[in-house]
Design a protein around this ligand. Sequence first.
Ligand code: URA
Length: 213
Amino acid sequence: MSKESLWLSIVEDIKSCKLCRLSSYRTNAVPGEGPLNASIVFVGEAPGKSEDLAGRPFVGAAGKLLTELLESNGIRREEVFITNVVKCRPPDNRDPFEDEVSACSIHTNKIVELIRPSMIVTLGNHSGRYFFEVLGGIKWYGVKRARGKVYKLRILGNDVVLIPTYHPAAALYNPKVREELEEDFKLIVNTYNELSKPKPTQEKRKTLLDFMK
Ligand code: URA
């Protein structure tokens, strides 16, 4: 099966999913969007009202900030893949419960396995906890403590560079968080550019024949 067909079947599974109570509240499920060969995946928390209506991730106020942080650092939003640990909107925008993150992980994991990114950025505590503790086997002490660093983890059988940061919504009304989020985006983009650089080709080893020419 091609990557595109696999993606369409994941989308269908998510749209018809009833694995947790959130399915009964959704207008639209929000599987995620972006190129299937993206080398970086951003994982947020859960769709809000705008995302539930549009069926697309990060299209509300937090999404505008995410797009701004990417584009002011030279990355187009269209070149990254964006999803959430929970694909349906929790009622009244409450935080997702752990059993909902866990039920949705069947879809989250399939998305990560399909895209096989070299880098994952977790936005906020729910996504950070899932990727660090559940998938990476590393204790999660909260985003405040974990942020600002680059972690190399083995996630679902692949080596991945993981950078945890705040959820953009947390920065909307908090200038200190906004400042730290901006710092983290510089780290994210520098690491991304470093990983995307072609590796210097090794000089070919000379053989005896080269010296006889
Ligand atoms: N917040 C999230 O975590 N995800 C979205 O898609 C929108 C807002």
